[in-house]
Design a protein around this ligand. Sequence first.
Ligand code: ZN
Length: 240
Amino acid sequence: MTQQLNVTVWNEYRHEQTNEKVAQVYPNGIHGAIGEGLQPAFNVRYATLDMPEHGLTEDVLNSTDVLLWWGHMAHGDVSDEIVERVYNRVLQGMGLIVLHSGHFSKIFKKLMGTGCDLKWREANDKERLWVVSPGHPIAEGIGEYIELEQEEMYGEHFDIPQPDELVFVSWFTGGEVFRSGCTYTRGMGKVFYFRPGHETYPTYYNEQIRRVLRNAVEWAKPSTRAYPAYGNAQPLEPLN
Ligand code: ZN
């Protein structure tokens, strides 16, 4: 049996403790619902903002193959030192899956280098996520589209760099569209942004959403290649 991937689910974990509606939808935290969907396929650990070092110590990150990130109301409370640590681990090959309102997290903005702003509306829109790369491993097992009866709307323009690959495009009842499944590589690391997951909706219990997250973890796992050699180099052939 091959070694299970080590997945760390990071959640800000503030809405659940301050908003009764969110606590009812996610009694074990948003991270708990995400982690449930990733088990037993992966070895899952949790980290939250209020833990020492936000739960992302050197030891935790060094033993994490793929990190998932959910944050919203407290992006500014994430220390720059930890962001730098996560950033360096991504460049070294750790996979990163940024969820929903994580589009405005320090780590995503740093990795993208753009404003990452978008349009939004909380009005119970229906969302239909169309698979636009049917051969992509992240869409494995998903039909033509995923339908979510109620979600927050995110609309274009989404201020991100052109994705390496676009896996999902969302349509909303209000008429907007959104690039809702985007892949990037940064250094040795693979990054996937996945849009759905507003805190007042039960999105992370949806079986198809859970399937996408499992697929994304598998896709984002570190490569087994050695880190590239940089800097001064000896010639491979004799020089005249
Ligand atoms: Zn939201």
